[in-house]
Design a binder for this molecule. Structure first.
Ligand SMILES: [Zn+2]
Length: 414
């Protein structure tokens, strides 16, 4: 495996502004000789994560994780040692050099090869969409939805050719082995030549550093499932991935807020309207891993799920998940269409931007929902409403807020 010499390692560490590296992931406050913030590795509401101003080492008094800045990057971004050093070298402006060693790490090689494959494929799908006649129909669909060429470029949207033979032949011609392709997450489990994606609009899914490691394909016609996701691969597991986090990251940090949408098309629609802090969970459910990934970068989230019953239910659950990691949470209910994508298509960017201002806080949203779901004029209905509200109440991060919310519940339910 490629090794980094001790001299280069030292040079990188000497030139690293470690505090700024930590602060990309944790909002730190100086107290004495140390810096404190909310731990990115476990869920908490009062800071127990510390960085020593002298040594640059970190330690969490809650979950007891600790170590160097290299260890921190490896853990927080799920990087290998080499990747973490590359990242630090890039930030410090040091040219990294490797010494070859005999024991090549097979898993590491596979991981790199897989990332290269996804990167290559993402570019190829994009080429088909914007340059090839077969991608024309997909491009028209996206244009009709109000998405510009610039946006299509920014998110590297693509088109997977309709031929079921194309992908296998293309990748074999590039020199990939059958065994490697079998575990690539791109082909059917039952038939290793059968691609998961054919004649679909492709959304590459990347991590916070922009490395594509999964795809979602949207059907062009009504046949078959509307969306297909490629599975998480054994060599690249990331539970905290959110669609568009890479593109939204700067905006999330500068606004201190993330907008969580239900669908990928909604995310793109918000970006098209200039609201560039929009992201989406990969499947339908918003998870606590994803909430943690956002809390490392902002203190507030806005949930914008579809206005149907399934969307409202997803929003209810997401309120508690976000509140439980200490995110200040509010809800945006789509008005004038079932979701952001429909509003952009039918009413334009101006309407979507106007709508985006009408947020209500999560507590009010849930109380209103409780009133709709249960008959709160009866004792039984009141009891059901209280147990419905309990997960959110339990997740609130201060006694003061909790007491205030209990009062509000009392007033509403009588
Ligand atoms: Zn911790």
């Amino acid at each position: 495996m490629a090794r980094i010499s001790p001299e280069i390692r030292q040079e990188i560490l000497d030139k690293t502004d470690f505090l700024s590296v930590y602060q990309e992931h944790v909002r730190l406050q100086k107290k004495g000789a140390s810096y404190w913030g909310l731990c990115p590795f476990h869920s908490e509401k009062t800071p127990s994560f510390s960085v020593s101003g002298d040594t640059g080492l970190f330690y969490c008094f809650g979950c007891h994780k600790g170590g160097s800045i290299i260890q921190f990057l490896m853990d927080v971004d799920k990087l290998t040692y080499t990747e973490a050093m590359e990242e630090l070298a890039r930030k410090a402006g040091v040219q990294i050099r490797f010494e070859e060693s005999e024991h090549a790490g097979e898993a590491e090689k596979d991981r790199q090869a897989l990332l290269e494959l996804y990167d290559r494929l993402s570019k190829t799908f994009h080429w088909f969409l914007v340059n090839h006649a077969s991608g024309r129909r997909g491009l028209d669909v996206l244009h009709t939805r109000g998405l510009s060429d610039e946006l299509i470029e920014k998110f590297s949207l693509g088109y997977a050719p309709a031929s079921r033979q194309w992908l296998y032949s293309f990748l074999k011609a590039k020199g990939y082995s059958d065994n490697f392709l079998k575990h690539s997450g791109l082909f059917s489990k039952n038939d290793q030549y059968w691609p998961l994606f054919a004649d679909r609009i492709m959304f590459p899914i990347s991590d916070a550093r922009g490395r594509v490691h999964r795809f979602r394909g949207r059907a062009m016609d009504q046949e078959g499932p509307k969306y297909i996701n490629s599975p998480e691969t054994a060599v690249f597991k990331k539970q905290d991935t959110l669609f568009a986090l890479f593109q939204a990251l700067d905006s999330i940090k500068s606004s201190d807020e993330a907008l969580i949408c239900e669908g990928y098309m909604d995310v793109l629609s918000f970006h098209a309207a200039g609201i560039t802090n929009a992201v989406a969970p990969l499947g339908t459910a918003f998870t606590s891993h994803q909430a943690m990934a956002l809390r490392r970068r902002a203190s507030r989230v806005v949930l914008c799920f579809d206005s149907d019953e399934a969307g409202l239910h997803a929003a209810e659950r997401a309120c508690s998940i976000a509140a439980a990691v200490g995110l200040e949470t509010s809800v945006l209910l789509p008005e004038g269409g079932k979701d952001a994508s429909e509003i952009l298509e039918k009413k334009g960017a101006g309407e979507l931007t106007r709508m985006a201002k009408n947020t209500i806080n999560a507590g009010h949203f849930l109380l209103t929902r409780a009133g709709q779901l249960f008959d709160i004029s009866t004792m039984e209905g009141k009891a059901k409403a209280v147990s419905f509200l309990f997960p959110f109440l339990d997740a609130l991060d201060s006694d003061v807020r909790r007491q205030e919310y209990i009062k509000e519940i009392g007033r509403t339910l009588g």
